[in-house]
Design a protein around this ligand. Structure first.
Ligand code: DSN
Length: 439
């Protein structure tokens, strides 16, 4: 920006930010949002994000804080913890990690030491960057032991992974993906973990709302000691994190709690924690129906894209059992080019590494997700229309501007929130609290 730094210049900077966020909001209102890791807050959760909780500190746990003035924070956090334990049918929750990656760091701090071996999937097979040497694994100084991947079935190859685990004996085994199409074989590998004395850890960020809705696997009852997760993907909560465990070993829960604080957080973003309490309550009320529809939509979109000639992975298993689809787009120009063209046509996706990709700079695919389009009320028939729009653009040469107009016309019928209290409220809304720009 130019200018001489006067108050007037700074007022213009403030207005530039507000204007960009307003334009962004309008853009998403008119777009088809298919990022698998994104979702929309309910009206009641959104309200709490701009509450006074945003201004406060509450280090520690309810009833044992390091600050005064926390009585109502304690009330909300106690409720939030109770709701989390009820939703996931578990005995321990900690809602202080401020993101999924921070929750992963808390687990690594609690259950591993630098130099330990930790089992995980490879990035190209869909793992999250937490398990990379340049991510949380590297920060904690643990070394990855890679599972063998079955690219046909898009899941871990149990027999060959069992051999590796027995030979290498990692201390901790992470099950979790950012390209999460099918449940992972936690139950099948659990006896092997027991045999080698390893703990099972599940990164449930992507599928948290599906687990809670009873429509995916149930890792805490299949052999994992802890789930770490973000809370804003298939669970339509605030951008925050969570730890969940079901163990009667007090040493594990004590380590997890101290991993969260003071391990990897100081304050835990109390406004987001309050919004999470609302989102958990709403998921208890509406989550089953939501999770079912998210998965039905993903399956329908996979089938419709396949019919239109797209190379959708996981065909023999019905393309997906989650909210996510992986589409190899080598023929259409590669992941980067295709994601960019789709965005120009009002269809928001991301390029994604797929099994077999050799360069992280040139992902061979795109990842699609149905959490947000389901949140605004779309069902299977709308998935067929989305596939048609993608087909028009990528196979029939229709101009991006023309598809963007079609996308916006289509989306205009889907701008209200569903599966929450206050359903029907605007999904895409800029809150102009002041009512005018700075003078
Ligand atoms: N980066 C997120 C995703 O899109 O999957 C996970 O943190």
């Amino acid at each position: 920006m130019g200018g001489d730094g006067t108050e007037g210049d700074m007022a213009r900077a403030v207005e530039q930010v507000r204007d960009a966020v307003r334009r962004h909001t309008t853009r998403f209102e008119h777009a088809i949002p298919l990022i698998a890791s994104e979702n929309l807050l309910s009206p009641y959760a959104r309200e709490l994000m701009i509450s006074d909780f945003d201004a406060r500190y509450a280090e520690g746990l309810p009833g044992e804080r390091y600050y005064e003035g926390n009585e109502q924070v304690d009330e909300v956090e106690t409720l939030c913890l109770d709701l989390a334990k009820r939703l996931f049918r578990c005995s321990f929750a900690d809602v202080r990690p401020i993101s999924g990656t921070v929750a992963n760091l808390a687990v690594l701090k609690a259950l591993s030491e630098p130099g330990d071996l930790v089992g995980t999937c490879r990035l190209a097979d869909g793992a999250h960057i937490s398990s990379a040497s340049f991510g949380a694994f590297g920060l904690r100084g643990v070394k990855p032991v890679y599972y063998v991947w079955d690219a046909q079935r898009m899941t871990i190859d149990v027999a060959r992974t069992r051999e590796i685990l027995r030979a290498v004996r990692p201390k901790l085994c992470l099950f979790g993906l950012s390209l999460f199409l099918f449940p992972l074989p936690v139950q099948e590998l659990s006896p092997t973990l027991e045999e080698i004395g390893a703990r099972g850890w599940y990164d449930g960020a992507h599928v948290l709302g599906l687990i809670a809705g009873g429509e995916f696997q149930d890792p805490l009852h299949e052999g994992c000691v802890v789930i770490s997760a973000s809370t804003h993907k298939t669970l339509p909560g605030p951008q925050h994190g969570i730890l969940l465990a079901n163990t009667d070993d007090p040493d594990v829960t004590k380590r997890l709690a101290s991993g969260a604080f003071p391990g990897v957080t100081s304050n835990h973003h109390l406004h987001a924690m309050a919004a999470l309490a609302v989102s958990l309550a709403e998921h208890l009320a509406f989550g089953r129906a939501y999770a079912r529809q998210v998965i039905a939509n993903a399956k329908a979109l996979g089938a419709a894209l396949h019919e239109r000639g797209f190379d959708v992975l996981g065909e023999e298993l019905g393309f997906t059992a989650s909210h996510t689809l992986a589409v190899r787009v080598t023929r259409e120009g590669g992941g980067e080019e295709v994601a960019r063209r789709l965005a120009a046509a009002g269809i928001i996706t991301n390029k994604n590494l797929l099994p077999g990709d050799t360069s992280s700079k040139h992902p061979g695919g795109i990842r699609l997700g149905t959490p947000e389009v389901t949140r605004v009320g779309m069902t299977e028939k709308e998935m067929a229309r989305i596939a048609e729009l993608m087909d028009d653009l990528l196979h029939h040469g229709k101009a991006p501007e023309s598809v963007a107009a079609d996308s916006a016309a289509f989306k205009s019928g889907f701008t209200g929130l569903r599966y929450c209290f206050g359903a029907g409220e605007a999904a895409y809304r800029y809150f102009d609290l002041v009512g005018h720009p700075p003078p």
